[in-house]
Design a protein. Structure first.
Length: 324
């Protein structure tokens, strides 16, 4: 089998050589920030398109900033690293790209910095990136069931949810595991105030009386790139404005449609919450329209949004012929 490549400690290395020490701060304390980027294989263009890859790396920079980490690569350099890893692996299938910025110091102790005579000195950080072939994370051809979770969504003042911190994902892992143990496909987490926040790895939208509603950024959500994509596509392609406001738990029970969205999840319709059927119990009409649009856009089939799709391989002959 061909070697799989990763980017680790500033170099492209075979994946089996990309290993951290057991003493790594991030491994012991969860002091990392990560992203998940999808690459979609487009057979006609013979191209692997990374979706909104620059926006993911911009968010990684914001996460690093919140977590007092120094991400030494620019967004452009990070895009190049992602491109190189995916291309070296020669993927001709859908993939998931996982960049991680992390506290790489091997010092035992919680602080990410130490005092010196001249001021404060931050311990070293590093960055790695790998990619894996990836299918659907949640169903997209049929609706899913969700349960409101007993684990509350962590608050911004505990672990900032808008920083995609590795340690934060204990919250999501507990929620998702509970959902699966209870027979649901996915968890819906509430804030401490009892408002709907999001799924364990997805933002949430409801449709009520033809209006799209989603929790605002101050409901401890991750500021999702798919969420922003959905808001823009709904507005510009369907003439639907999204209302960003608090959503109560019981609004889930009376919504006409609900869907979850995220890079991994894509757009997944919810047909049941806490054993109550949502709408007709099928994929609702607004969700279905959005899904169709979304998949056209991410697969590089919607010319208007072609700038959201970054090809991994040099432009193929097929694509060049079509552009002329
Ligand atoms: N919320 C959480 C907790 C997530 O992990 C994700 C996945 N990154 C999302 C929302 C959706 O974010 P995005 O659309 O940027 O992938």
């Amino acid at each position: 089998m061909a070697a799989e490549w990763a980017f680790f400690e500033g170099e492209y290395v075979p994946i089996e050589d990309a290993k951290v020490s057991v003493r790594t701060h991030a491994l012991n304390y969860g002091t990392g920030a990560f992203e998940g980027i999808r690459g979609y294989w487009n057979e006609d263009d013979e191209q692997l398109y990374m979706f909104r890859v620059a926006e993911h790396f911009e968010r990684l920079h914001r996460s690093a900033r919140i977590l007092r980490m120094n991400l030494r690569f620019s967004v452009e350099e990070l895009v190049e690293i992602a491109t190189n890893v995916a291309a070296r692996n020669g993927y001709r299938t859908d993939v998931y790209i996982r960049p991680v910025a992390y506290k790489s110091t091997e010092i035992v102790g919680l602080s990410m910095a130490r005092r010196t005579e001249t001021g404060i000195e931050f311990y070293p950080d590093d960055f790695f990136l790998y990619a894996v072939p990836f299918g659907d994370y949640l169903h997209v051809n049929k609706p899913i069931s969700c349960g409101v979770c007993s684990w509350q969504r962590i608050d911004d003042n505990m672990i900032p949810a808008r920083a995609k911190a590795t340690g934060l994902y204990i919250n999501s892992a507990l929620a998702r595991t509970e959902a699966e143990e209870n027979g649901y496909d996915e968890a819906i987490m509430l804030t401490a105030a009892g408002h709907v926040s999001e799924g364990s790895g997805e933002n949430l939208f409801i449709v009520r009386d033809g209006k799209l509603i989603t929790p605002s950024h101050s409901e401890n959500i991750l500021e999702g790139i798919t969420r922003a994509t959905v808001i823009q596509l709904a507005r510009d392609e369907m003439g639907l404005e999204t209302i960003e406001c608090p959503i109560d738990r019981t609004e889930l029970y009376i919504a006409d449609e609900i869907f979850l969205c995220g890079t991994g999840a894509q757009i997944s319709a919810v047909s049941q919450v806490d054993h109550r059927t949502v709408g007709s119990g099928e994929i609702g009409p607004i969700t279905a329209d959005l899904m169709k649009l979304y998949f056209d856009v991410v697969k590089g089939r919607h010319p208007k949004y072609a700038n959201w799709c970054t090809g991994v391989y040099p432009a193929s002959v097929n694509a060049a012929v079509r552009q002329t």
